[in-house]
Design a protein around this ligand. Sequence first.
Ligand SMILES: Cc1cc2nc3c(=O)[nH]c(=O)nc-3n(C[C@H](O)[C@H](O)[C@H](O)COP(=O)(O)OP(=O)(O)OC[C@H]3O[C@@H](n4cnc5c(N)ncnc54)[C@H](O)[C@@H]3O)c2cc1C
Ligand code: FES
Length: 276
Amino acid sequence: MYKIVKKRYFTESVIEYVIEAPLVTRRCLPGQFVILRVDGDGERIPLTIADYDRERGLVTVLVQSVGYSTMKLAQKNQGDFVEDFAGPLGGHTDLSGFKSVLLVAGGIGSAVILPQAKNRRGAGFRTDAVLGARTAALLPYEDELRTAADNLVVVTDDGSTGGKGFVTDAVKRLIESGRKYDAALAVGSMPMMRAVSELTKIYGIYTLVSMNTIMVDGTGMCGCCRLTVGGEVKYACVDGPEFDGHAVDFDEAINRAAFYKHTERAHICRLTAAAK
Ligand SMILES: Cc1cc2nc3c(=O)[nH]c(=O)nc-3n(C[C@H](O)[C@H](O)[C@H](O)COP(=O)(O)OP(=O)(O)OC[C@H]3O[C@@H](n4cnc5c(N)ncnc54)[C@H](O)[C@@H]3O)c2cc1C
Ligand code: FES
């Protein structure tokens, strides 16, 4: 069992948890993830390691409540326990070979780019960041990114804060203003990552994307997270989760991600029903 030592709300449905997991912090690195089970009957949900404190054995995750398990997790409070917290899983992200990097996040994608920005700042590399969301309330870690990145551009679809528009508009403006990037990392919904990859391809900027496929075991055995990258079969949990965005077959990945949508929608959630 793993103790929730802190719970912080960004919005009703975007919540940060700090969890005591010393075995995870012993070896984890930015870009890796954990698989959490809320209770003994729980589904396994993959979550990015947004931050960690090795000395105190604490791992931070940022969770958006979108369905059954993430809503069940939202009912847990500081001092409560979750059943499993397995990790670190997947490969870590290493952008240290690139002098100038652009990090791009949609909504809770900020949980993936924040540790990269902090890491790069610590190593003295230049990093710009773009953070976008539908509206101002859905921009977690904006303050933290402003501190960690050399330059942060915020955009919202409705213009409630920052510039009005999509992250691709901001990326295009930065590049066309003369900023030079050796690499980019884009993290968000699959359509967003595809759009950023299509744009950076035009400018010849190597781009990593973090593939949030459906996962079950997280160890390369079940095949759920299969995707095609550069014509080869890959498994997001062990070969990723980050891949070259210019080589990912996004059409296939988006179709596979939607495979259980009908079942998830048809499921009448007792947790949501109780909240009404
Ligand atoms: C490597 C990795 C890292 C992730 N990191 C985070 C994170 O840091 N924070 C976070 O909130 N979420 C993260 N996710 C997504 C998260 O695992 C899912 O949102 C969660 O498993 C949904 O479970 P649920 O039972 O609440 O929703 P479900 O009832 O299973 O699904 C509800 C809706 O969410 C969609 N969905 C289900 N699984 C995913 C998925 N993997 N990605 C996108 N949409 C999905 C379904 O199609 C459905 O529309 C990550 C996924 C991966 C693969
Ligand atoms: S989640 Fe099972 S193979 Fe990747």
